[in-house]
Design a protein around this ligand. Sequence first.
Ligand code: FAD
Length: 441
Amino acid sequence: MPPEAGPAAWNSILPARIPNPALSEHLDADYLVIGAGFAGLAAARRLTQLQLDARVVVLEGREVATGPAGRNSGFMIDLPHELTSDDYAGESAENDRRQTAMNRAAIEFAKTTAVDFAMPKEALIVSGKINAAATAKGLKHNADYAEHLSRLGEAFKLLGASEMQALTGSEYYQGGLWTPGTAMLQPALYIRGLADGLQQQDGIKLYEQSPVISLDKNTSGWFVKTPTGSLQVGKVIIAVNGLIEHFGFYSRRLMHLVLYASMTRALTAAEIEKLGGETRWGFTPADPLGTTVRRISGTGGDRIIIRNCATYDPSMTSSNGRMRSIAQTHSDSFKARFPMLGDVEMEHCWDGRLCLSLNNVFALGKLDEGLYSACCQNGLGTAKGTVSGIIAAEQAAGSTETLMPEYQPEALPKKLPPEPLMWLGANSVMKWKEFRAGKEF
Ligand SMILES: Cc1cc2nc3c(=O)[nH]c(=O)nc-3n(C[C@H](O)[C@H](O)[C@H](O)COP(=O)(O)OP(=O)(O)OC[C@H]3O[C@@H](n4cnc5c(N)ncnc54)[C@H](O)[C@@H]3O)c2cc1C
């Protein structure tokens, strides 16, 4: 498992949690889920919903909520980032509709789970999100997106510069486009709540610091080893996103991006007063390569989170030099937006893995007898991870009942061009687009 740089800040600002012990014995189970992120935990919950008495084990290689699940920006988004169709009776419009319906089913699943497991309110709040525009180009992008939304019959509201300032306290933005369906997560709180609830209420067993190091088929199913234990299971769901390549599947078909984010220290009462605006909001950038910004208020205080920069990196690791340079970029993006908070420094800067495919499809479904994948979430991984976990669980359980009636089996992720062509191409395009994003960055 590749090392991650910096802390999973969402987890770090919560009270310390005692992790579950590592697997240190031999167990027999009906199902094993590998990975306790959005996909793995959704799969485990769906399995226990479908088969009440199933023996389900989850193995997490690290500690719960310290991987990408505790490193993202916490937007659980219903609508695709890009609504590109010019023809709203056509196939791509149908894809947008299906994807939106599945994302919404995932958000419903998460909402119900948050209630069932008595999670604190701040774990998941459906408040919508804003596509924020800092430039004329951003405003044009929002206007185009709004037109697509109208044709799809989706609700939205366009905000002017003064409304954006009233919301954020910042004069940086010229406008915004609010859509109501996004759930804003405290992702580590949600993932912890899901992991704990699954054990306490659904009776699953979860082991942490238990990376799966081998997976062998035999006549009774699969024999699985971790560094200190083993399992004999009937069926396995691999929910490790891009790391499924380490299991020998989808080789050279998955794009490994590394994304970066920073979080301020908790603001003081005087700083909160100086900033003004509302205490909770979330902006995705009108330009896809721009800066995502969130203001949060809750456990861990009032803070601002900045996310920008992406690198294509098959090694999935970031050097210290790169982290220093990105921390500076984040600090500059923050100061440009919040000059009144000039003295506020970033407390945490971190990286995290993201997995995409060239043709924007999941790496999802049956891999072998009793072996299923719930990987490659592309963008929107909190929602789509949940979607893929649910689908893989339903397939593994052989269920005819589904929460995802809109799902249609997809093509395999497309083969990537050879290296170093892919590396050069992907990184140059992203750098160029970041440059072109101008003030949206
Ligand atoms: C900075 C950043 C910001 C982001 N912002 C957003 C956002 O706002 N909204 C959004 O929807 N998405 C966002 N994402 C993407 C999102 O975090 C991921 O798509 C999502 O976490 C994928 O979920 P998953 O369950 O598939 O995989 P993961 O969350 O990666 O979970 C997989 C788990 O498997 C474990 N694992 C791996 N190998 C093994 C093994 N051999 N044995 C046992 N366990 C193993 C890992 O430790 C990990 O915990 C962001 C990502 C980053 C990095």
